[in-house]
Design a protein around this ligand. Structure first.
Ligand code: UTP
Length: 289
């Protein structure tokens, strides 16, 4: 079955990015020349998805507005003959159909995804975390969609992390099937040091089947008192099987201050117009450190 929809949860409080995220959603913080969330929606569009479902909360309307048409701004720019800029701004509102559902309380990522159940319906769908950026030649979602066509089984994207960082992630254990592909045996949310030998960390890209919604409904609060997606993923894996895919590309956690700075450097270095000057500056800067 074709994957047509992508769910992007953006309802979290962003406490790791305070005070910047007090009044501005962290997903609206700028990486070079556009907000983080725009990169994520562009990845979805480049992967051939037809509809985005944002899971939002109070205080996140800037995200919905960013993808909406702004008549006043458009008219103003056209009157000032700034046609190029007007076109660029219109382009954002024409990227893809965006609907939003509300998560009234931040009860966890699993709960946020469950809120999208009626809009997703009975079909496979993608989940992208609103603060996880992936820089890749082939968009990470596209890589996963191609794999899903072959496997027809849920897939989580993973990256290898140093053993001392595994306690910060959802960790996958399983058997290697082929290069970059592992059949999942177990998923553990933020394992205590020494409790798992695996260094395969789940990142913010999932390709799920609709059975996940019933499983989420049955999931009781786990780590941190939140409805954890990882717990429902374990149940889905037991029921339908699951693969972990080591995607090609680099992931940046833009919801974390250091991760966000790294993302800016990576995306600025590759930027079409700013890239060459930025790379020169970084070299000069590095020489003084
Ligand atoms: P994070 O844990 O990275 O986001 O969740 P957070 O809770 O906003 O941030 P911190 O940890 O307090 O700094 C991953 C994604 O899941 C969404 C977040 O918006 C983020 O995109 N999320 C998380 C929800 O939509 N609802 C929740 O209840 C929790």
């Amino acid at each position: 079955m074709k994957v047509r929809k992508a769910v992007i949860p953006v309802a979290g409080l962003g406490t790791r990015f305070l005070p910047a995220s007090k009044a501005i959603p962290k997903e609206m913080l700028t990486v070079v020349d556009r907000p983080t969330i725009q990169y994520i929606v562009e990845e979805v569009v480049a992967s051939g998805i037809e509809e985005v479902i944002l899971v939002t909360s109070a205080g996140k309307s800037a995200i919905e507005n960013h993808f909406d048409y702004n008549f006043e701004l458009d008219t103003f720019l056209e009157q000032k003959r700034k046609h190029g800029l007007a076109e660029e701004v219109r382009h954002i509102s024409n990227l893809i159909d965006v609907v939003s559902v509300r998560q009234k309380k931040p009860l966890g990522l699993g709960h946020a995804i469950w809120m999208a159940r009626n809009v997703v319906g009975n079909e496979p769908f993608l989940v992208l975390l609103g603060d996880d950026l992936v820089q890749a030649e082939t968009p990470c979602c596209k890589q996963m969609l191609d794999l899903f066509e072959e496997l027809q089984t849920p897939i989580v994207a993973i990256q290898r992390v140093p053993q001392e960082e595994t306690h910060q992630y959802g960790i996958v254990e399983g058997q290697a099937v082929r290069d970059r592909l592992t059949k999942v045996n177990r998923l553990i949310e933020k394992p205590a040091p020494g409790t798992s030998d695996s260094n395969m960390a789940i990142i913010g890209r999932y390709l799920l089947t609709p059975e996940i919604f019933d499983l989420l409904e049955k999931t009781t609060p786990g780590h941190g008192g939140e409805i954890q997606l990882t717990d429902a993923l374990m149940a889905l894996s037991n029921k339908n099987g699951m693969y972990a895919y080591e995607f090609e590309g680099t992931r940046y956690d833009a919801g974390d201050k250091l991760g966000y700075l790294k993302a800016i450097v990576a995306f600025a270095s590759c930027h079409k117009t700013l890239g060459p000057a930025f790379r020169r500056y970084i070299k000069e800067m590095a020489a003084t450190l």
